[in-house]
Design a protein around this ligand. Structure first.
Ligand SMILES: Cc1ncc(C[n+]2csc(CCOP(=O)(O)OP(=O)(O)O)c2C)c(N)n1
Length: 211
């Protein structure tokens, strides 16, 4: 039987419903750790997984807001939910599914490039995909990683989802520029960029939850 890729099976409605369910559990005080919910980027993420045929040989790296990435990468819904209930939402790691995430801004850029370097040297199948926000994409570590990956033509793609905000700060105002640094540069070739408006606050639900 022909295998069906994960991106075809996980729908936009599945992603929205998952975040909604986690939000409801979080609101009841049943998750004693931070969660970062996202709404509004389901279709771009699904399209990227589909277009690039991100599959089991590929590595996905993400940050504090990676529930959707885990589902799209093939982590079973209940396994993911349990990890979130266990307080691991901001640093989801499922080595079996080649997905690793971190709650630290600027981390993992070098890791993704290192994995891509290893894949290339060993002539192995697979690529690295690293998903981050637009403020993370303005960090020095992002620039160094993109520069290195471009110059050595490594199999890594950087995906930047721009919601305009770094927590509650306007990213463009911080940098005094109305566009990301890489726009119209040679480095843009290694970067997929899209904009979205997040339907949730940066973290949690925007209100104090008591346990
Ligand atoms: C080293 C470090 N500094 C600060 C933070 C706190 N922090 C978490 S997310 C974030 C904003 C990141 O903005 P962006 O990259 O645009 O991500 P998004 O809005 O998509 O979550 C900050 C400052 C952190 N996690 N790590």
């Amino acid at each position: 039987m022909k295998s069906v890729s994960r991106a075809k099976r996980v729908t936009k409605a599945d992603l929205i419903q998952f975040e909604k369910e986690i939000g409801e559990i979080f609101a009841r005080g049943e998750i004693r750790a931070p969660v970062h919910l996202r709404e509004g980027r389901e279709q771009p993420l699904i399209d990227i997984f589909k277009k690039h045929k991100i599959g089991k040989n590929d590595y996905v790296f993400g940050y504090w807001d990676s529930h959707e990435l885990a589902l799209l990468k093939g982590v079973p819904r209940e396994e993911l939910k349990q990890a979130i209930l266990d307080g691991k939402s901001i640093s989801l790691c499922f080595p079996k599914y080649n997905i690793l995430c971190s709650g630290i801004v600027g981390s993992l850029m070098g890791t993704a490039v290192g994995v891509a370097w290893g894949l290339k040297q060993k002539r192995k199948k697979g690529r690295a995909f690293i998903f981050c926000g637009e403020m993370s994409a303005e960090t020095g570590s992002f620039f160094e990683a993109v520069k290195y990956a471009t110059h050595f033509d490594l199999p890594v793609i950087f995906v930047v989802g721009d919601n305009g905000l770094s927590v509650m700060t306007d990213t463009r105002e911080v940098w005094g520029s109305d566009m990301p640094w890489f726009k119209n540069t040679r480095y843009a070739e290694k970067i997929i960029y899209f904009k979205y408006k997040n339907g949730y606050p940066h973290s949690g639900l925007g209100k104090l939850i008591k346990f």
